[in-house]
Design a protein around this ligand. Structure first.
Ligand code: CUA
Length: 363
């Protein structure tokens, strides 16, 4: 760069500029179009997420051309100024600093960064400042390695606990996030919102569901130990009336109980006799995500194979394995991986049904 120099071909450095620029502009346009065509995110399920998606699109529009231009210049130079036969021992033309160029390449990126940071800050501030009273509050409690969702009991009794996050459509919810042990991070990708669960304090965010019933993953986004990868649950967004019915039903049962086996809760039917086989693979327990059990057709190997480890065991042993999983750890497995909260999130009948089922199939 700098003072025009004769290059290896004997031409003027600046002669390359228009050519470079033309390639760069065309490549940038292709890059931006491709970047915007790609579905980077899962389906959107919150009003706040719209602003995040727009912000993300703008980040792509600004950053893709910069990336493409830099790569274009590098590749162009590698190709155009490559060493040719007979030039192996030649030194390149001497380089001098260029103050004007340095000022430009410092100022322009600084301005772009400042503009993007300002925009991102405005979006963040807007989302955190969400107007309106949250008509619903959910206390989210993380622990190794599960989330439990607590709802206020409409009848004033003890909080309603669930292993699945139920939310009504078109409703703003205040999530109060806590942890019983280490750092976790409450993340619903479809909401585009996440926040750390920090020991000793309560963090929170508000999210407003859209008029879009469906199920969406809830994950932990902070490496929290061996079971981090299995700390995944489900959020069900359901019509407001269904949600009210579900809450009333749980309240009538006296608080605890995930009761999601076979999706009975979604249909708003009364509490049926729990089906142990259905519970084993249901979201409420997620047993089948970690354990192999021939009868249930599951093959996961995160926890012990239950056909082997439960064979010939009595009811008390199986029950303890569910409600007090760290009391007796099978050889070759670590304590602390299996959620320790089943006694809180399952109804007693559901634990009974699981025990009966497991004893029958592992005989
Ligand atoms: Cu909890 Cu990762």
């Amino acid at each position: 760069m700098g003072v025009p120099q004769e290059d290896a071909d004997g031409g003027d450095d600046r002669g390359h500029l228009p050519q470079l620029l033309a390639i760069g502009v065309v490549a940038s346009i292709i890059g931006v179009v491709l970047a915007l065509l790609i579905d980077w995110w899962p389906a959107l399920a919150s009003r706040e997420g719209k602003q995040i998606d727009t912000l993300y699109d703008w980040l792509l529009v600004v950053s893709v051309p910069i990336f493409v231009l830099v790569v274009t210049v590098v590749l162009y130079c590698v190709w155009r100024f490559r060493v040719r036969p007979g030039q192996e021992h030649l030194d390149g033309p001497p380089m001098h600093g260029n103050t004007r160029l340095e000022v430009i390449w410092t100022t322009v990126p600084a301005l772009i960064l400042l503009a993007l940071c300002t925009y991102a800050y405005v979006v963040l501030d807007d989302i955190e400042d969400a107007k309106g009273d949250s008509s619903l509050q959910v206390r989210v409690v993380g622990e190794q390695f599960t989330w439990t969702f607590f709802y206020r009991n409409p009848e004033g009794g003890r909080e309603i606990a669930s292993n699945r996050l139920y939310l009504p459509t078109s409703t703003q919810t205040l999530f109060r996030v806590q942890t019983k042990d280490v750092l976790h991070d409450f993340y619903v990708p479809a909401f585009r919102l996440k926040i750390d669960a920090v020991p000793g304090i309560t963090t929170n965010f508000k999210a407003t569901t859209l008029q879009r019933p469906g199920t969406y993953p809830v994950v932990c986004a902070e490496l929290c130990g061996l079971g981090h990868a299995v700390m995944r649950q489900t959020a069900t967004v359901m019509p407001e009336q269904d949600f009210e019915d579900w809450l009333a039903e749980r309240a009538a049962e006296g608080g605890g109980g995930a009761g999601a086996a076979g999706g009975a809760a979604c249909e708003g039917s009364g509490p049926a006799t729990p089906d142990g086989a259905a519970l084993f693979t249901a979201d409420a327990t997620r047993c089948g995500q970690c354990h192999a059990l021939e009868d249930a057709g599951t093959t996961a190997s995160i926890g012990p194979n239950l056909d082997e480890s439960l064979q010939g065991r009595d009811e008390a042993y199986i029950r303890r394995g569910i409600v007090e999983p760290d009391a007796d750890i099978a050889d070759g497995y670590q304590p602390g991986i299996m959620p320790p909260n089943y006694e809180d999130t399952l109804r007693p009948e559901e634990v009974d049904a699981l025990v009966t089922y497991l004893q029958e199939v592992s005989r």
